[in-house]
Design a protein around this ligand. Structure first.
Ligand SMILES: *[C@@H]1O[C@H](CO)[C@@H](O)[C@H](O)[C@H]1NC(C)=O
Ligand SMILES: *[C@@H]1O[C@H](CO)[C@@H](O)[C@H](O)[C@H]1NC(C)=O
Ligand SMILES: *[C@@H]1O[C@H](CO)[C@@H](O)[C@H](O)[C@H]1NC(C)=O
Ligand SMILES: *[C@@H]1O[C@H](CO)[C@@H](O)[C@H](O)[C@H]1NC(C)=O
Length: 438
C-alpha cells in the first residue's frame, strides 16, 4: 500500500519535471489515457470519430457530407455564431500565427497571450487533429489535413469547439475534458471564468499554473471566447498558407496571417537537441560519416524548406485574398528588436499595443536594457540568436544550404563557405531585409 503511494508520488513528480518536454509528456499521457479509459464509445459523435480513427484516413468528402454528426456540428456552429456575432462586428481581429517547430513561435505567441484582457489565445489546438490524422508510416495524411485543419481553425476563431472535440482523446464528456493539449499555455483557458472547481481523482495533464482548476469545460471556454474583443491562434502544423484561404474568405472573420520564419540551419540545430530521437540520423552524420544526400531525412528537410518558402512567396505576392492580411517576420529580428517588432505586429493586426504586453516583453527579453546602451544589448541578443553556429558542424550546414538554398536567400540569411566563417562571431549571417509593404 505504502509502496504504491510512494510510487505514484514519484511518478507524479517525474511527470512534472518533464512537463517542459511536451513531446514526452504527450506520449506519457497517451499511455495513461489508454490505461485509464479502455475506449468508452459514447455519444452521437462516435460514428465520425470511428471514421477518423482509420489510420488517419478521413473520408474524402468535405465536412458536412462526411456523416450526419458532422452536418450537425456544422449547423450547430453556424446557428451558434450567427446569434452572437454579426459579421465584422466591433473591429474584431483574428490573428493566425503560423510557424514550424523550434522557430520561436511559443515565445512570439506570448506577445498575444499576454494581452489576456481582450484577447482569446489558443496554443496549438491542431495537435489533437494531427495526432488523429497520423498514418502508420508516421506521416500526416495531408489530403485530410488540408481541409480539416482550416475548418477546425475557422470554427475555433468563431469560438466553437465542437469540431475540435471530435479529435480530443479520450473524447470529452458533456464538453468537459482533462486532456486539452497544453491548456496551461493559454491564459484564456486558465482564467477565473473558465476555471471549474478541481475534482479529486482526476488528473489534468496540462493543468493551469496560476490557479487550481478542474477539467476544462469547453462550454465555459466558448463563452469566454465570445466575450473577448480579439482572438489569436498559434500553429506549427500548417504546411501551406494556401490551405488556409478559407479563413480569409469567411465573412465573419477579419483574419491576419503572421508567418514566423527562422534560419533553417538554426532550426535544424535546435531540433537535433530538442527531438534527439527523431533526429538520430542527423546526429550520427554530425559526428562522423557522410550525409547521404538522397536520404529520406534530407528530403524531409528539403520539403519543409520548400513549404515555408512557398507560403512566404504566396504571402509576399499579395494575391487579392491576402491583401493587407499577410505579414512575414523573422525570428532573428524579433530576438534583436523585440519591442519594435511586437509593435509592428500589433499595428499590422490593427490592435493597440498595450502596456501589459510591453511590460511582459521588457521583463522577458533583454529589451529592458535597450534604453541604456543600445549597442551592447543588440550585440548580446544577436549573439544569442546566432549561438547555433557553434552547435552544428559545417558539414551539416552545407547540407542545409544545399537543400534549402533558395529559402535562405529569400529570407536574407547569409551562406557560409567555411568552418571559419561559420564560427566567426564578427560576421552576422542575418542580412537586413524588409519584407512587408503595406
Ligand atoms: C488500419 O491499420 C490496421 C493495422 O495497422 C489494419 O489492420 C486496418 O485494416 C487498417 N484500417 C484501415 C481502414 O485501413
Ligand atoms: C487520407 O485521407 C484521404 C481523404 O480524407 C483518404 O481518401 C485517404 O484514403 C487517406 N490516405 C491514407 C493513406 O489513409
Ligand atoms: C440551426 O438552426 C436551424 C434553423 O434555425 C434549425 O432548424 C436547426 O435545428 C438548428 N441546428 C442546431 C444544431 O441547433
Ligand atoms: C459547463 O459549463 C456550462 C455553462 O456554465 C454548464 O451549463 C455546464 O453544466 C458545465 N458542465 C459541467 C459538466 O459542469
Amino acid at each position: 500500500m505504502r509502496i504504491k503511494y510512494t510510487l505514484s508520488i514519484v511518478f507524479f513528480v517525474a511527470l512534472v519535471i518533464i512537463e517542459k518536454e511536451n513531446n514526452i509528456i504527450s506520449r506519457v499521457s497517451d499511455k495513461l489515457n489508454l490505461r485509464q479509459t479502455p475506449r468508452t464509445p459514447l455519444e452521437p459523435m462516435v460514428s465520425s470519430r470511428d471514421l477518423l480513427k482509420h489510420n488517419g484516413s478521413y473520408a474524402a468528402a468535405p465536412p458536412g457530407e462526411l456523416d450526419p454528426s458532422f452536418t450537425l456540428v456544422k449547423q450547430h456552429s453556424e446557428n451558434h455564431t450567427q446569434q452572437h456575432q454579426p459579421a465584422g462586428s466591433h473591429g474584431r481581429k483574428h490573428i493566425l500565427l503560423l510557424s514550424t517547430t523550434r522557430s520561436g513561435s511559443s515565445f512570439i505567441g506570448e506577445f498575444f497571450n499576454q494581452q489576456s484582457d481582450d484577447m482569446f489565445y489558443l496554443y496549438e489546438p491542431l495537435w489533437h487533429v494531427e495526432k488523429m490524422l497520423t498514418l502508420d508510416t508516421g506521416g500526416v495524411n495531408s489530403t485530410a489535413a488540408n481541409w480539416v485543419y482550416p475548418e477546425v481553425v475557422r470554427q475555433l476563431f468563431l469560438c466553437d469547439f465542437s469540431l475540435l472535440e471530435n479529435f480530443i482523446q479520450p473524447a470529452p464528456v458533456a464538453h468537459v475534458t482533462a486532456d486539452l493539449f497544453r491548456r496551461s499555455s493559454s491564459s484564456s483557458l486558465c482564467e477565473k471564468s473558465v476555471c471549474s472547481p478541481s475534482v479529486k481523482g482526476i488528473f489534468e495533464h496540462h493543468s493551469c499554473k496560476n490557479r487550481r482548476c478542474g477539467p476544462l469545460n469547453l462550454t465555459l471556454a466558448s463563452e469566454s471566447c465570445l466575450q473577448k474583443e480579439h482572438r489569436a491562434i498559434k500553429l506549427v502544423r500548417v504546411r501551406q498558407l494556401q490551405t488556409m484561404r478559407l479563413l480569409a474568405e469567411e465573412p465573419r472573420l477579419d483574419i491576419r496571417f503572421i508567418q514566423l520564419v527562422r534560419d533553417p540551419r538554426a532550426v535544424l540545430a535546435s531540433r537535433m537537441v530538442a527531438f534527439a530521437a527523431k533526429y538520430k540520423n542527423w546526429k550520427e552524420w554530425a559526428t562522423g560519416g557522410d550525409v547521404p544526400i538522397d536520404d529520406i531525412e534530407v528530403s524531409k528537410l528539403k520539403g519543409n524548406c520548400k513549404n515555408i518558402m512557398m507560403s512566404a512567396e504566396l504571402g509576399l505576392k499579395q494575391p487579392t485574398w491576402l491583401r493587407r492580411r499577410y505579414m512575414l517576420v523573422r525570428y532573428e529580428d524579433i530576438a534583436r528588436f523585440p519591442l519594435q517588432k511586437a509593435a509592428e505586429m500589433y499595428s499590422f493586426a490593427g490592435i493597440p499595443f498595450t502596456p501589459q504586453v510591453k511590460a511582459w516583453i521588457l521583463s522577458n527579453t533583454q529589451a529592458s536594457k535597450e534604453t541604456s546602451g543600445i549597442y551592447s544589448t543588440q550585440k548580446k541578443s544577436s549573439e544569442q540568436v546566432e549561438k547555433w553556429r557553434f552547435n552544428i558542424p559545417f558539414k551539416i550546414v552545407q547540407v542545409v544550404q544545399k537543400v534549402c538554398g533558395s529559402t535562405l536567400k529569400l529570407f536574407g540569411y547569409k551562406f557560409v563557405n567555411s568552418e571559419e566563417m561559420l564560427t566567426d562571431k564578427s560576421i552576422s549571417l542575418i542580412k537586413d531585409k524588409v519584407f512587408n509593404f503595406m
